[in-house]
Ligand binder design. Structure first.
Ligand SMILES: Nc1nc2c(ncn2[C@@H]2O[C@H](COP(=O)(O)OP(=O)(O)OP(=O)(O)O)[C@@H](O)[C@H]2O)c(=O)[nH]1
Ligand SMILES: [Mg+2]
Length: 490
């Protein structure tokens, strides 16, 4: 989001056709309704060539990361949190601590925070109107550029707050989207983030000021930006964003198809698949690097990883599994991101086992674990068996306490390597429990059956016995049933 102009106001705040409540389109419906109208537009509207670049409708965040937070200077930010029953102020403070870390990661400075205890959210302004006036005074006094609210603001709330505060008001979602935009590096990651940003911004598009054609200057003012008869600038803007949304959706569908083909190949090989999941900064990438030669980028930064990396991992006993590192979770992970990152997150839903990595040194590991399970439920991975891996045991004795409280959990330090052998042994054990390893005896003459076992499952060992070939293989229930006459043991 752009910073204030010289008078300390965003230009679009003064646009007369901005009436917040009229613009409250809601997130999903706003998109659908506009989507429906977009097909007709295709006849009268030709995109200028530059539309294909990553230059998004609101700036260049596709490639340079410029998102919601100004990057030419460090914005001064005020945080606002509301305590709703049954939560306590401590919970709000903890959430604001995390928001402060997010804002810092996005590259801005927090200059103060404001808390309000309420029985419910004020529909028009999120906080009470007296509090808004107080907030305005404080914002003026500390000369802040932007106010960040800890929960998602509706487009109307955001609009009303900006009018009354005389400065940019954004929410936690925008901050997280901003960080994702800065960190995306692969083509897929960039497309996913840009899509999430557009979907988030679409219902928040405003009449003037933020006009795309005005912002894009000469390049964007081409044929496509011309208004049709009776069409407002806002409609033109929406149309353009929707075109971009559709293009990104198509691009991601292609990538997803490619991914599905890879998945099918892995599935055919019947090799078990383990996904590393967990809160952001828990040490998932460090752990994958420790377990394999993945060389995934590791950083003491939130959301360092946005792409899934898969590597083969050898377990004690000789079998090999696939292990995938993936994007970290956070409390109140924006719904738009979860949707846009669907194909990346599917890895968890399709895994045979999740290794849930938790940072024992974080302020509240149990809360982070709960947040991770929330997101897992959201992405359809709630029922996948989980092995809890308590990481950063080198930093705190809390790791041992967590393991005691969670039977089956393993404490490790991905950084030092302590506990890794125990983790691998536990992994092998748990995988044995979720897929079936069976022993078979196949007459030497039945090469066809041997071939079938190789096709159906993963052969772990194959040795000639006295009377027949002795095979140990991982099979699913159906394969086991088909080959039952050769099965001699579990
Ligand atoms: N002391 C200590 N630090 C660790 C350990 N594991 C990871 N770290 C550090 O924690 C930070 C985050 O590690 P990552 O592996 O990037 O964490 P991640 O879960 O992949 O994080 P995101 O990809 O951002 O979600 C880095 O600075 C790591 O060096 C550990 O066992 N002990
Ligand atoms: Mg990572």
């Amino acid at each position: 989001m752009t910073g204030p102009d010289d008078e300390g106001h965003r230009p679009d705040l003064d646009a007369e056709d901005r009436d917040g409540d009229d613009l409250d389109l809601g997130l999903g419906p706003g998109l659908d309704e506009a989507t429906a109208g977009d097909d007709g537009d295709a006849l009268t509207w030709r995109a200028p060539d530059d539309e294909d670049s990553h230059r998004g409708a609101f700036g260049d965040y596709g490639s340079t990361g410029a998102g919601f937070i100004e990057r030419t200077f460090r914005e001064r930010i005020l945080l606002v949190g509301v305590t709703l029953p049954p939560a306590h102020d401590d919970d709000t403070e903890a959430s604001l601590d995390e928001l402060e870390l997010l804002v810092d990661t996005a590259g801005a400075d927090v200059v103060g925070r404001v808390l309000q205890r309420r029985s419910r959210i004020e529909p028009a302004t999120y906080i009470g109107s007296g509090k808004v006036a107080e907030l305005r005074q404080l914002a003026d006094a500390v000369d802040c550029d932007t106010v960040v609210f800890d929960d998602e603001l509706s487009p109307a709330q955001q609009n009303n707050l900006e009018k009354r505060l005389g400065r940019t008001a954004i929410d936690r979602t925008a901050v997280i989207l901003d960080i994702f935009a800065q960190n995306a590096s692969s083509q897929e990651g960039k497309a996913q983030v840009e899509l999430a940003m557009h979907r988030y911004r679409l219902p928040r598009l405003r009449g003037r000021g933020t006009s795309l054609s005005q912002q894009a200057g000469g390049a964007g003012g081409g044929l496509g930006a011309r208004r049709g008869p009776g069409e407002t600038q806002l409609e033109v803007d929406r149309r353009r964003v929707l075109r971009r949304v559709h293009k990104l959706e198509a691009e991601l569908r292609d990538i997803d198809q490619h991914r599905a083909t890879q998945r099918k190949a892995r599935h055919r090989s019947r090799t078990a698949h383990v996904a590393l999941v967990g809160y952001t900064n828990a040490g998932k990438s460090t752990l994958l690097n420790r377990l394999t030669d993945a060389e995934v980028h590791v950083e003491d930064r939130l959301f360092a990883t946005l792409d899934a990396t898969t590597r083969r991992l050898a377990l004690p006993g000789g079998e090999t599994v696939f292990a995938t590192d993936t994007v970290g979770f956070v409390r109140k992970l924006p719904h738009h991101l979860v949707q846009a990152f669907r194909s990346t997150l599917d890895v968890a839903a399709e895994a045979d086992l999740l290794v849930h990595v938790v940072d024992a040194s974080s302020p509240d590991p149990e809360l982070q674990m709960a947040a991770v399970r929330d997101v897992l439920d959201q992405i359809g991975a709630g029922a996948v068996p989980e092995l809890l891996c308590v990481n950063k045991a080198d930093l705190t004795p809390e790791a041992k306490r967590l393991v005691d409280r969670h039977p089956g959990a393993v404490a490790v330090s991905a950084a030092t390597g302590a506990g890794i052998e125990e983790l691998l042994a536990a992994l092998a054990d748990r995988l044995r429990a979720v897929t079936t390893v069976v022993s078979l005896e196949v007459p030497f003459a039945r090469g066809d059956v041997l071939a079938e076992i190789h096709r159906e499952g993963e052969v772990l060992s194959e040795e000639p016995g006295s009377a027949a070939m002795e095979v140990v293989a991982r099979l699913d229930d159906a394969g086991r049933a088909r080959l039952s006459e050769f099965v001699v043991g579990p």
